[in-house]
Design a protein around this ligand. Structure first.
Ligand SMILES: Nc1ncnc2c1ncn2[C@@H]1O[C@H](COP(=O)(O)OP(=O)(O)O)[C@@H](O)[C@H]1O
Ligand SMILES: [Mg+2]
Length: 240
């Protein structure tokens, strides 16, 4: 579904990603793990058109979207739940979800049944259902994270990019977020999950990539990476 080949990207003269290649097959959950500063967020920003890649191909269902604007890429069905729980703080939870369906409401993506999908989000994220009339800025960090995920899902995406959904959350909420990711996986949502919390990510994922200083240093079925001594030492040690 999503095929990234030889992606080179960065910020101005600072090249962060060096020839990154990643494949996310339809219905699979692929994780990109790596230390702080490895370039995970930069990868997702390049995929969703927030930064323009210098080289490489980003194919969504066969079409190369590298160089397109983020609006054009959104229309092709790529949704990005960004790092740091970006929600519209002075809009209600319900209105944030409607905004997630904006591209559908303007006819640039298949419209489907937006109301039914909002209802589905409230089933998946019961905490949001209880707070649907509340301004998003007044939600807790964990609830804002869930809203950012739900809003991205409202695109009915072909591929969902999740940037560190567990970041800064209390252990109980981390568990809740991962339970939701597992549920999305059973619903065959195609996902690329970026996580520093590598053990949990490799637990739910089908396949994993390790990013080190802007390069893919290892990749394989998630179960293999979990057993790889080098991966264990670097990312699955006592600190994680
Ligand atoms: N807006 C930016 N401008 C310049 N450099 C940046 C910017 N954002 C991130 N970087 C640099 O790019 C590198 C990769 O960062 P990032 O992709 O955020 O890593 P990760 O998400 O894996 O922690 C880091 O060296 C970081 O300092
Ligand atoms: Mg990051």
């Amino acid at each position: 579904m999503l095929h990234v080949e030889g992606l080179v990207a960065g910020y101005g003269k600072v090249q962060v990603l060096q020839q990154v290649s990643i494949a996310v097959p339809e219905g699979d959950l692929v994780t990109l793990i790596g230390s702080n500063g490895a370039g995970k967020t930069t990868t997702l920003r390049a995929l969703s058109g927030m930064i323009v890649p210098e080289a490489g191909q980003i194919r969504i269902g066969g079409e190369n979207v590298a160089g397109m604007t983020s609006a054009e890429i959104t229309r092709r069905g790529l949704a990005h739940s960004p790092e740091g729980r970006r929600v519209f703080p002075v809009m209600t939870v319900a209105d944030n979800l409607v905004m997630g369906a904006f591209t559908r409401l303007t006819g640039k993506r298949p419209k489907g049944d937006v109301q039914a999908d909002i209802a589905r989000m409230y089933e998946l994220f019961p905490r949001l259902a209880e707070r649907r009339g509340q301004l998003a800025g007044t939600l807790s960090g964990g609830e804002q994270q869930m809203l950012a995920m739900a809003r991205a899902l409202m695109l009915n995406p072909k591929v969902l990019l999740l940037d560190e959904p567990s970041m800064g959350l209390a252990p109980k909420l981390v568990e809740e977020v991962f339970a939701i990711i597992r549920q999305l996986k059973t619903q065959k949502v195609t996902m690329l999950l970026v996580e520093q919390f590598a053990a949990a990510a490799l637990e739910v994922a089908d396949y994993g990539y390790v990013l080190e200083n802007g390069r893919i240093s290892a990749h394989g079925p998630a179960a293999h990476l979990r057993d790889d001594p080098a991966v264990r030492a670097a990312y699955l040690g006592a600190a994680h």
